[in-house]
Design a protein around this ligand. Structure first.
Ligand code: C5P
Length: 214
């Protein structure tokens, strides 16, 4: 069975998807991490982000693996390195590239083949797994999403004003909603879940309930 969880930046998809996967005993796939890996590889190679051909070549050379709660890029642990603001700033060049998206979509389908999995991203229920049995579109108000992100950053010692985070998330949402391929949007058959005022546990329970229904 495939459970897809899509939604905008800061909606808490990773925490929720991991929680649902644990509860159901399913595997978990963070597809944002794959876009981050390709972006990191391009930064490390000193790539010209405007050069679509070399960006594509870098992407198809990336060997991305998930194991022991870590993300591996060409056998290196990049779990932390893919989360830097520099990677986030450059990711749109990779995410807007149709050839790279097609290649990553193939990898995602390969990882999910023949297993029960919870997969999260922007386009999982629409483009990558249109046949998934259970699809969820997770969202929250922009203020709530920015506050969650602020709390997360504070835990790692970074204080960023709420207004700045709201502006950054609005910009990322706009880019994610406007791209030609794999744009952020709910699948027509997705269940919408607006999580303001809900605890993570309540969200996990609701999704597990939907999955059980299927
Ligand atoms: O989920 P996360 O915030 O780590 O994703 C980083 C970026 O990767 C997103 O802002 C989006 O541009 C891109 N992405 C995507 N399609 C996915 C997952 C992530 O375009 N399935």
């Amino acid at each position: 069975m495939i459970v897809t969880i899509d939604g905008p930046a800061g909606a808490g998809k990773s925490t929720i998807a991991k929680g649902v996967a644990n509860r159901l005993g399913f595997a978990f796939l963070d597809t944002g991490a794959m876009y981050r890996c390709v972006t990191l590889a391009a930064l490390e190679a000193g790539a010209d982000f405007q050069d679509a051909t070399s960006l594509h070549a870098i992407a198809t050379d990336c060997q991305i693996e998930f194991s022991f709660d870590k993300v591996w890029l060409n056998q290196q642990d990049v779990t932390q390195a893919i989360r830097t603001p520099q990677v986030t700033k450059h990711i749109r060049f990779v995410a807007d590239h149709p050839g790279i998206r097609s290649w990553l979509n193939q990898q995602q389908r390969r990882i999910a083949a023949d297993r029960d999995i919870v997969t999260e991203g922007r386009d999982q229920g629409t483009e990558v797994f249109p046949e998934a049995e259970c699809k969820v579109f997770l969202t929250a108000s922009i203020e709530e999403r920015a506050r969650r992100r602020q709390r997360q950053l504070a835990q790692s010692g970074t204080e960023i004003p709420l207004q700045q985070l709201i502006a950054e998330q609005n910009e990322r949402d706009r880019g994610d909603q406007q791209r030609q391929m794999g744009r952020l949007q709910p699948a027509p058959d997705a269940q919408l879940l607006f999580t303001d005022g809900m605890t993570p546990e309540q969200v996990i329970q609701q999704i597990c309930h939907w999955a059980a229904d299927r």
